[in-house]
Ligand binder design. Sequence first.
Ligand SMILES: [Zn+2]
Length: 209
Amino acid sequence: MFDFIKISRPRRMRVVCNGHPALRMKSLPVMAITDEIRELAQRMIVTMKENEIPGVGLAAPQVGVNKRMIVIDTRPVGRKEKRAEKQKQLSPGEMMLNPLMPLALVNPEILSSSAETETCGEGCLSLPGVEGEVTRPAKVLLRAKLLDGKEVMLECGGLLARCLQHEIDHLDGVLFYDRIPKEQQEAANDVMAELAAQEAMLAATQQKI
Ligand SMILES: [Zn+2]
């Protein structure tokens, strides 16, 4: 009825959960940064920020689009975090990208990773209710394109490095669940099965329509 009204605010998208096929597919590179890609980036940012528990990152497969694009916002939130951030040495990636966040990265790649690792608890908007500890390289060398077409190559540390690895995993069909210890996987299996059942039910209803 109101089709003629041009909606200027990007619309939120549904975050697909465990069991949705898009989460297990290898995503294809973005060939050109078109209006369609820019709109998808805006909608992904809104989706990430307006989630019940706001995310620090979201990958296109999580909104059912198998394209190599992610959005991130790993800036410190609370006053305590902001103070802690001032005191530590930020990586070149954090220094350059933090002021641009929330930010979309197109065709992001990790060119190399540090031997030094860190273990930290993770969660995922596509796996609500699942938690676990993941050991990942502490620093990574990122190469990606920004939406204006500019290419960046930056050494990234801290939460940014962790988030990039988690989101780029999504582009290869890998979930953080795959990387948590066996006993934590077992503890999460009921929730994983429940999420998959919900996705299967949604798929069946959509087919009927
Ligand atoms: Zn995730």
